[in-house]
Design a protein around this ligand. Sequence first.
Ligand code: GTP
Ligand code: MG
Length: 322
Amino acid sequence: MLALRGEGRHELARALLRSPKAGPFRAPLDSMPRLAQLVIDDELLDQVLVLDRPESRQLEIHLHASDALLSVLRQHLEIDTLQLSPAESLLCQALDGAQVELALEQLAQPWSAFLAGLAGSSPEQRSREIAAARERSRAAMAMAQPARLVLCGAQNAGKSTLMNRLLASPRSLTGAFAGLTRDPVRDQTCLSGYPYLLVDTAGEGPAQTEIDRRAQGLGRRELAEGDIRLLLVDGSCQPSREDRALAIPPCLLLRSKGDLIAAHWPEDFSAHLEISARDQSASELRVLIGASLLQLRSLPPAGPVGGPAALSREELTELAEE
Ligand SMILES: Nc1nc2c(ncn2[C@@H]2O[C@H](COP(=O)(O)OP(=O)(O)OP(=O)(O)O)[C@@H](O)[C@H]2O)c(=O)[nH]1
Ligand SMILES: [Mg+2]
């Protein structure tokens, strides 16, 4: 929303607006929402809703705020960019109720007030409070900042099928053709209340063409940049040397295709879970994998953390400086 404030707001609004049919904007500027076109330098930027609020001497232009549009507006108008605190950002971007509860808890006891309060504590109390805040912050940061969870494994292991189940949406192409996924596919979701950026990658295996080789290279780069691996090994085949090489911690090892006849599974390569995308529902898989990830990461159940906590790297650095 773009807010024009003060007595000159109507004049400025009329300079920026056209009627919905591109003629001069003649409709009264009042508390009735009106459709209009936002035009700057004869360029149509957006279809907007206009609403005046005389009590606060503010005229609101509700727009579809893309980055490109905001950058044009910034060039032409003096815009105060709203600075959100990490707790406010979390509240705006939350995908899960647990994130909302954490954001509300943190808004009620701001981090800056907690840091200021440390100044009056005795050295022992201070180090106890800092240690407790560090522990709370570990969980809070994991709830506020998505971890990159990279799906990896051999071609046809069922990575893309699982990705789609976890997102409850057909985001990634799936099929019996080995090497179907090429460019990495990314999307966000919350599992057990913690946010993840899921990344589906090209499977390991014979690369028939230069395009396949490039795709596998891109997948390896995602693995190098990822936080956690979700390694799928087809349970109807024995794990290969390549599968073992991919199991670099932190890694959740899944035996996939549990509905098929199981191959002999070596004892020294134990899987965290056996799954079947054919027999298990999306919600069942989300719950199982979410809970296993919590265990792997030693994280508590998602939600409020019981006191002030850092929600961003910057806030955590402020604690280190105390
Ligand atoms: N029986 C059975 N088949 C499955 C299961 N999960 C996936 N499949 C099938 O296995 C084939 C490969 O699945 P994908 O999800 O495309 O495999 P992928 O690991 O993404 O393969 P690439 O992109 O080639 O690396 C498809 O025909 C799926 O339907 C499962 O749990 N059980
Ligand atoms: Mg795939």
